[in-house]
Design a protein around this ligand. Sequence first.
Ligand SMILES: [Zn+2]
Length: 267
Amino acid sequence: MSADKFFNAIQLLRCPVCGAAFSKTGASLVCINGHTFDPSRKGYVHFAPNVSPSQYDRELFEARRRILEAGFYDPVTDAIRAAMPKEPNVVLDAGCGDGTFTKRLQGKTTVGIDLSKDAILLAARGGGPILWAVGDLTRLPVADTSVDVVLNLFSPAHYAEFTRVLKPDGMLLKLVPGEGYLREIRTLMGDRLRRETYSNEAVVSHLSERLRVTDRVPVTYTLPLNAGQAKDLIRMTPLTFGTGPEALDASALSKITIDVEILIAKK
Ligand SMILES: [Zn+2]
């Protein structure tokens, strides 16, 4: 039953190995070259069986989800939604993580892809219409010129693939951290932080090589934190990778600054 959504949207998908269209054979998606993928009863397809697991793990995604559900990123979500066309037909969330943003930014048809199986399992929990896929952003299992909005939120990008899947009038919304993002955690880390300052200019310049940047929307605010949320934030941020979250004193964090930029680009 939960596999039906994939067969209903079969035109939107393509084989990530060879790029051919899929047809339905029994309970499988099969391309003309015989590459076969079976939608799971849990509501997702595993398109990248040979990829080794990423450094993200379930604990991290669960911490991230608690933070998202507590509303820390609601103003960011609202700003992204405001930049999107009304009721887009097809939305692709490339690097969707646990899917919390994806669910709030859905189109009529929505695909959420992440390389982490842990993240996709969490995203697919509870069912729903979104087409969840474990997949590689460098080989999207999505047909050419089929997507109205590509979301790329706090995730690495692959602009050649984004350009391929976008409709001629499609739009990329890329969310990147700003200079003051999680400022309080950076301060707490002090000398252990690998990079002191952060600038988006390199990101924008790289993006501009492939797509036309039409707007940049900054979103900045500071919110109070309770003790559990401070721990979750320290756990979920890539800033602390390599340091070990337990090395930081979560009790010293009583507020957090969210400072991000939404980069809007078209073909
Ligand atoms: Zn194939």
